[in-house]
Design a protein around this ligand. Structure first.
Ligand code: WTA
Length: 657
């Protein structure tokens, strides 16, 4: 929160863009009165949104709020897969494309709502035949292929709780996540494609499976017949490992959906926190689906003929809410692309947009900054005239990147929606509505109808204009309900920022508010990094480093990075008998890659005899950040030994040049 310079830059941003008239006329939300009515009758507003879902039994209570625990829409029962599939196949969308898939090597598949419905029913029966019951946990470790959505929805159909683990995570990360929630079945693939090579998912999974006693069966999707080489692929373990395509061949096409209670968990998704262990964020059936369905409808303004593309992987919350549940609940046609944006060339995204006639694109600032760097010529080669709306998510978007996105991708014609939310919020909280909000580059603008946000100081006093801590001041349907197996950590992490106020949710972000009431998100105030839009706890990286036999102590900080938003800088002290070297540096980087995944590899590692500490022994990350960012050092008077930090700074600078 020492970003006062950023603030000045942001507040000088006066460019404003009104929604195009054509857009305003037909938008799903074209009247700002919705904000007022939501404010006037908060519970009534959400009850109306909830009635847009299909229920088995209608709910009787809208909200029970015993801070910090909320229950929404209790008394009712419903099924998420029915809301995403059955209600469409009963009507005119039966033969509409639901998922349009393209693999990185160029293989293509289109699944209609009917196709997806049949596959989900079949896979639900497969899971049942493996003994998976309502409430059991199923781990999903797949590439971004249709089977990921099929597996998620099949779990939802039988009331099993899915836990999707991003395919880029290491065997150890997978193991820890499986063990934390005691998953019964793992769904994985022989491999997936990334930048032309095969990611050996099954081989990684096999390593994890050495220490996951709760797993009874592994279902393996064959990514492409004959494509995954022998060496990339491990053996099928008899009795435990089963091929997806064989199981599906014999599976019945109808599986009775479980009538789930509103508050029954739908899924767990792990995310980074300030301590080493990732948090299993728990989302429930009704509230989550209400948030996903209504925000997709309002923010992405879906129409029947849209081709909608959210580029996120299902391993992240954006892939859950805006690639699977939100768009499918709305009956949309969704593009799903497996691979990298620069494979085989740097215009792959624009080629896809042109070929499929994408009309709505939702991607991340880190990707937009890479596109800017690669040059305007790549999008210019393609006809992007079908695009009508652009979205951004994952980290603050710089005004230059926002403007470039609007001009070079949106042809100065498409509204840009900068959407702020989190794994924990389940759905978008702060965002423009494309038909009514005037936008300014860099601001996510105002909370959606039904949400109540404020900027607070440390004593919970509201700051109407200026900088402070972002808070959500009322519960909302798609909020997390707890951390799996650790409710105390839920209370502590999210509802203890303001003592005596367990009704105030703290997302961990700082923000500014301007005279027009618009919010400008500044980023994390805690020790969580945001690398290329992905949250990584400093503690996770530090713990991984310290596991290496050469490392005595490690401190990790984020530093500004042109493309990734933040890069990771690590300060490492070695144990006696170990010498610093560039090969040890590479070894440590790879070690972190193996422990957590490639996204967590430090960009810089500086070896140092000592780390700056307070007299009570706390590492002063603030000073390490100053060093990594090349700034003048802040206050060093509380240090036990002020010399440590100045010599570190000299070393760091010598190292960089
Ligand atoms: C950051 C991703 C600024 C923020 C959906 C948040 C953003 C964290 C934005 C959540 C945005 C996300 N502007 N910052 N539009 N969107 N963030 O859980 O710091 O992976 O707390 O959810 O990303 O990351 P998560």
């Amino acid at each position: 929160m020492s970003d006062s310079q950023d603030l000045d830059v942001l507040l000088q941003e006066h460019r404003q863009f009104e929604p195009p008239e054509s857009f305003r006329a037909t938008a799903n939300v074209s009247d700002g009165a919705l904000y007022d009515s939501a404010r006037a009758d908060y519970e009534g507003y959400w009850a109306d949104r909830a009635r847009e879902l299909e229920w088995v039994t209608p709910f009787t209570t809208v909200l029970s709020w015993k801070p910090p625990h909320a229950e929404w829409f209790t008394g009712g029962t419903l099924n998420a897969s029915v809301n995403c599939l059955d209600r469409h196949v009963r009507g005119a969308r039966r033969n509409k494309a639901a998922l349009v898939f393209e693999g990185e090597p160029g293989d293509r598949r289109t699944l209609t709502y009917w196709d997806l419905y049949v596959a989900v029913n079949q896979f639900a029966n497969v899971l049942k035949s493996l003994g998976v019951k309502r409430g059991d946990r199923v781990a999903i470790y797949l590439p971004l292929i249709p089977e990921a959505a099929i597996a998620m929805l099949a779990c939802a159909r039988i009331g099993a709780i899915h836990s999707v683990v991003f395919g880029g995570f290491s065997p150890e990360s997978l193991r820890d996540r499986i063990n934390d929630s005691q998953c019964k079945v793992l769904v994985t693939a022989d491999g997936g494609y990334r930048r032309g090579s095969i990611v050996p998912l099954k081989r990684n999974a096999d390593k994890a499976l050495e220490e996951t006693p709760s797993i009874t069966n592994v279902v393996v999707v064959r990514r492409r017949p004959g494509a995954v080489s022998e060496e990339a692929f491990a053996e099928m373990k008899e009795g435990r490992d089963l091929w997806y395509h064989r199981l599906m061949r014999g599976a019945k096409q109808w599986c009775e959906p479980e009538a789930m209670e509103s508050e029954d968990p739908l899924f767990i998704l792990y995310t980074s926190g300030t301590t080493g262990k990732p948090k299993g964020i728990v989302h429930t059936t009704a509230g989550y689906l209400v948030g996903a369905q209504s925000s997709t409808h309002q923010v992405f303004d879906l129409r029947e003929d849209d081709v909608y593309w959210c580029t996120a992987d299902v391993g992240w919350i954006t892939g859950h809410t805006y690639l699977v549940y939100g768009p499918l609940a709305n009956g949309a046609t969704c593009l799903m692309y497996e691979g990298a944006p620069d494979w085989p060339e740097k215009d792959r995204f624009w080629e896809l947009c042109e070929r499929y006639g994408v009309s709505i694109l939702y991607t991340a600032p880190t990707a937009i900054r890479a596109f800017m760097k690669w040059g305007d010529q790549w999008p210019a080669k393609h006809d992007l005239s079908r695009l009508r709306l652009l979205g951004s998510v994952g980290e603050p978007i710089n005004p230059e990147a926002w403007m470039w996105y609007r001009e070079h991708i949106g042809g100065n014609r498409c509204p840009v929606v900068d959407t702020w939310w989190q794994t924990e919020t389940g759905a978008i909280v702060i965002s423009p509505l494309p038909g009514i909000t005037s936008t300014t580059p860099g601001s996510a603008t105002v909370p959606l109808p039904g949400y109540s946000c404020a900027l607070l100081d440390s004593s919970a006093k509201e700051i109407p204009v200026g900088g402070g801590l972002l808070a959500l001041t009322r519960p909302w349907p798609s909020m997390l309900r707890t951390i799996w197996g650790d409710d105390a950590r839920y209370v502590e992490t999210y509802f203890s920022r303001w003592p005596g106020r367990p009704d105030l949710y703290f997302p961990g972000d700082g923000a500014k508010r301007d005279e027009n009431g618009n919010f400008w998100i500044l980023g994390r105030v805690d020790d969580v990094l945001n690398v290329a839009g992905h949250r990584i706890g400093t503690m996770e990286v530090e713990s991984a480093l310290v596991e290496h036999p050469a490392v005595a102590e490690a401190a990790v900080v984020g530093k500004t990075h042109e493309l990734k938003g933040q890069a990771i800088a690590a300060f490492v002290t070695l144990r006696e008998g170990f010498k610093q070297s560039s090969s040890l540096r590479d070894e440590l980087r790879n070690f972190v890659g193996e422990k957590i995944g490639a996204i967590a590899k430090p960009d810089d590692i500086l070896f140092s005899a000592d780390l700056p500490k307070t007299r009570s022994g706390k590492i002063m990350r603030r000073l390490l950040r100053d060093i990594a960012e090349g700034r003048a050092l802040g206050d060093t008077t509380t240090l036990a030994d002020p010399n440590v930090v100045s010599s570190l700074k000299d070393m760091y600078e010598a190292n960089e040049s």
